[in-house]
Structure formats: C-alpha cells, structure tokens
Design a protein around this ligand. Structure first.
Ligand SMILES: *[C@@H]1O[C@H](CO)[C@@H](O)[C@H](O)[C@H]1NC(C)=O
Length: 275
C-alpha cells in the first residue's frame, strides 16, 4: 500500500491543542545532581516513562498523563548516558483525576536509539474495574459492523465525538510506542491530533486501526505526520507499526510487539499477569 502524508496544523490549532506550557528550562545537566522539579527535562523524562507505560500496558481504560513531578535527580554514567530518577503523580488521560504515583528511571543511552525505562506505579482505580472497562470497550469495537472512520480527533475546539473516543484512546496507546522510541533527552513528543482513522474489520479476535497522527515535537515546535497501524487484543501486547514523515522529509519505519527492552516491575507485573 502506498502511503503518503502531508497534513500539518496551523499555529492557532497548535495553541489550542497544546496541553501544557513548556518553560525554557535549564540546559541539560552534565554532572550528577538534583534537577529542579519544574525543569523541562524532568517533565520530559517523566513523560517518556509514561509513554512506555501506556504502550506496554495496552489498556485503553488505564491511560495515564503526567500530573506533577515531585522529585527528579540525574546521574551521568560515564560512557553510557544520563539516568533520571523520578517520582511523579499521574492523572487519568480522559478525566484528569489523580490515579496514583509512579517511581521511574529513564536512561538515555548514548548509542541506542530509545530510552530504557523502568517504572512502578500505584493505582487509585480498582484493577478489576479497569479490566472490565477494557473488555466492554473491546466488545463495543468488535460489534461494529461498519468500520469506524473519522477525521480531526479532537477537532479544533478540542472536542471528541463520543463515537470516536475508543479509536482515539487506541491512538494514544499506539502513538505512545513511537513517542517512546523517538524521545531523546532533549526532544519530547505530544500526540496533538488524529488526522484520520480507519478501522479494519478483522476475522480474528483483534481490533485493527489505521491512523494518520500529528506529533508535536518539543522544543523544536515541529509537527510530524505519522502513519500508525495499531492491532489490539485485550490481554495481549499492543502491536504497533509506524512510518513518519517530518518537515525535513526524513522518514523512519519501526515495528513494536510489546517485547522490547525497558521494563515494568513489581506491582505492574502482577497486574499484567492477571490481565
Ligand atoms: C520497581 O520495583 C522493582 C521490584 O520491586 C525494583 O527492583 C525496581 O528497582 C523498581 N523500579 C523503580 C524505578 O523504582
């Protein structure tokens, strides 16, 4: 299949969609020490950890966004890279309610492309409820006889059609994979908008979506269009394929299957085993 992308957002739309105002922040630290919790780099590292978590759990009802960074330190590991030690609160992606605190380490390696993440979080939401929510969400999508299609989610007023919410939530989970992969110590990503989505009705048990998503790169302000294929079955790792086209026309293609290095430990492993 030939795939092309051209879409870009105007500056007005960009302002409406930007969830957080980013400060200029200090220069990247080059020696061991405490970072300011307000620092752009601490927030960026915490978001990398959450991208990893949202992708790895593959649970549309458990998507988390960053609340506040409480603690952040960074250590330089000679010859290897910078390791961030973070403590932060998280919010439900949709309702913005507090859903627990996370401890994470994010290691930006000098050579390997994607950051290595280790994250443990507490839950305020009942885990059985989360699994049930995922399942009813899944059932709704399976019962779809006409494929879901849509454009501009959210629209320029920040509104999401209720019928498109499941497709949007899976776009958030799927794009988390590529945002985790693309992130570096100095470059962070937000998924600004789903430009278009198309569901493929499958014969097996999976839910299958094709997306064109717009990523907003921080602090360059570049808008990047990515084609994303997301295949989801509850209780299985999310399958993600993507292809991006940035303004300078560099392209990348990667594939994820939930088995990548980086790790969730402790409480998450237990929960995942029951998932
Ligand atoms: C998460 O928990 C595991 C097991 O309890 C521990 O080994 C690991 O260091 C923890 N990770 C973080 C970032 O605190």
């Amino acid at each position: 299949m030939q795939r092309r992308s051209a879409a870009r957002l105007g500056p007005l739309l960009l302002l409406l969609l930007l969830p957080v105002a980013w400060g200029a922040g200090p220069e990247p630290p080059r020696a061991a020490g405490e970072l300011q919790v307000s620092s752009r780099l601490a927030g960026q590292a915490a978001r990398v950890a959450l991208h990893y978590l949202n992708y790895r759990l593959g649970s549309p009802s458990a998507l988390r966004a960053l609340g506040q960074v409480r603690k952040a330190t960074v250590k330089t590991i000679p010859g290897i890279g910078h390791k961030y030690y973070l403590q932060f609160t998280t919010e439900d992606y949709k309702s913005s309610q507090n859903v627990g605190t996370c401890l994470a380490t994010v290691l930006y390696l000098k050579r390997k492309p994607r950051p290595a993440v280790n994250i443990n979080c507490t839950y305020t939401k009942d885990q059985k409820q989360t699994r049930e929510d995922d399942y009813s969400f899944y059932k709704k999508l399976r019962q779809q006889t006409k494929p879901i299609t849509g454009n501009d989610i959210p629209d320029s007023y920040g509104h999401i059609e209720p019928a498109l919410e499941p497709a949007w939530a899976l776009a958030v989970a799927g794009s988390s994979y590529l945002m985790w992969e693309k992130s570096t110590e100095n470059l962070g990503y937000f998924m600004a908008q789903v430009k278009n989505v198309k569901q493929w009705i499958t014969k097996d048990d999976s839910i299958d979506f094709d997306y064109l998503v717009i990523l907003h790169e921080i602090p360059t302000q570049e808008m990047i269009s990515c084609h994303l294929r997301v295949i989801w079955t509850p209780g299985h790792p999310l399958k993600v394929k993507y292809f991006c086209l940035s303004e300078n026309q560099q392209s990348e293609s990667e594939e994820g299957s939930g088995t990548e290095s980086g790790s969730t430990n402790g409480i998450f492993n237990e929960e995942e085993a029951n998932f």
